[in-house]
Ligand binder design. Structure first.
Ligand SMILES: [Zn+2]
Ligand SMILES: [Zn+2]
Length: 422
């Protein structure tokens, strides 16, 4: 290399650097090279989890299960004492192509599966996991913001074909009946009336129902800060109130076979949520971007951005929550993951907490066993087909209800059908 080339190199680097800084549109369908951020974290959406601790050892000296580099649907079975947690959506209300709103899937070695929140844009990632949809019928909602429940129509819309049984939805009551999860489920069903009526007689009707399991927000008090809201098959799920605008916002703690996780939805950080999540294997908590970046990047007036941020959890405060809860692995989610945002968030958490942390991105997979916690990314098909439908009892096809006779497409339109009768 001659002197001239050496002199040009820094300028070339500058030009290339500024191109990268100008935020060229990137399409995550194309493989991205896993370079590192200045602080040494993998860049988002490159197939690596956003962490420096992808493996957390719980039991020193124990034999450790080995995992492939990526999680591939249908290719891994859970051990009898293993839990798998998948970030189905890790983002914010402005749903992004590379980052949907909020949803988490928890799968247990006993076959049980639980969905926590189903925000807008999250369901395609859930479907890409190729789980028979009949098994995805338990939804727990932290609160009724649309970035946590806006995917309900897509989730429900496996009705009658792949899931011929009701979709069950757990959540809190509100301060008035219309603010509770039962009213929400009722309204969703009413809003979907054209949908369900038009499909009656075409597909089985068994899945066209939402069953709400509303628990009473008024039962919580300093003396009773949490309650069991699900207790079946060795799985206990506790709900506890959190600080997020209105009565009815809750966090959940799931315990099974000595393994545990907690998820608190959106919140202003409180000792209450930290204490209720104390000692869990995986604590999934929101992590919010600073007001200035939110204002600038999201084109919001600074005051509005500050109003929003004040209802959430900045990185240093999340570190404080984790330092009270002491999870084996702390997960920050609901964060705008960009190459230039994550270093500051990690630094913020590190300023108040020194335990292992991860920032979630969509389709991040966490395996939890008694011995270790392993975080990877899933590789799923962007064009995956429908997941297998459940087999009905005795191999019989489910019966169809009679199709509606009233209110059908007018005959003068039907009479113009182009039918090739050859
Ligand atoms: Zn919210
Ligand atoms: Zn939210």
């Amino acid at each position: 290399m001659n002197m001239k080339t050496l002199l040009i190199l820094p300028f070339l680097a500058l030009i290339l650097g500024s191109v990268a800084l100008a935020e060229e549109p990137t399409d995550y369908r194309f493989p991205r090279q896993c370079t590192k951020t200045p602080a040494g974290y993998p860049v988002p959406l490159c197939g690596m989890p956003l962490t420096k601790t992808p493996v957390v050892i719980k039991m020193e000296g124990a034999a450790l299960k080995k995992y492939p580099e990526h999680f591939i649907p249908e290719q891994e079975n859970l051990a009898a004492n293993e839990m798998r947690i998948t970030a189905v959506g890790s983002g914010n209300p402005p749903v992004r192509r590379g980052q949907a709103a909020t949803s988490w899937l928890v799968e247990l070695g006993n076959g049980d599966k639980f969905i926590f929140d189903a925000g807008g844009g999250t369901v395609p990632a859930l479907w890409s996991l190729r789980i028979p949809l009949g098994l995805l019928d338990k939804l727990f909602v932290t609160h009724l913001h649309l970035d946590h429940v806006g995917g309900i129509f897509n989730l429900w819309d496996s009705m009658g074909w792949a899931r011929n049984t009701p979709l069950h939805i757990w959540g809190s009551s509100g301060s008035t009946p219309e603010l509770g999860v039962a009213a929400f489920a009722d309204h969703v069903q009413k809003a979907a009336y054209w949908h369900t009526r038009s499909k009656t007689g075409i597909i089985p009707s068994g899945g066209m129902k939402l069953t709400a399991h509303e628990f009473d927000a008024a039962q919580f008090s300093p003396a009773n800060p949490r309650a069991v809201v699900y207790d079946e098959n060795g799985v206990k799920i506790y709900a506890f109130p959190i600080d997020h605008l209105l009565v009815g916002a809750v966090g959940y703690r799931l315990e099974w076979e000595g393994l545990s996780m907690a998820f608190t939805g959106d919140s202003v950080p409180t000792r209450q949520e930290a204490i209720q999540s104390r000692g869990v294997d995986v604590f999934i908590h929101e992590l919010f971007i600073d007001a200035e970046t939110l204002s600038k990047k999201n084109n919001m007036p600074l005051q509005i951005a500050e109003n929003v941020v004040n209802e959430h959890t900045p990185a240093d405060m999340l570190g404080r929550v984790f330092s009270i809860a002491k999870p084996k692995l702390g997960v920050g989610t609901h964060f705008f993951i960009n190459d230039y945002t994550i270093d500051e968030a990690f630094a913020g958490m590190a300023s108040t907490y020194s335990g292992p942390v991860v920032i979630a991105q969509d389709l991040m997979v966490i395996n939890v066993t008694p011995e270790q916690i392993v975080t990877r990314m899933a590789r799923t098909d962007l064009l995956s087909w429908a997941t297998p439908a459940p087999r009905s009892a005795g191999g019989k096809r489910p019966k169809l209800d009679p199709a509606p006779t009233q209110g059908r497409t007018p005959s003068w339109v039907v009479d113009t059908r182009i039918l090739d009768k050859k």
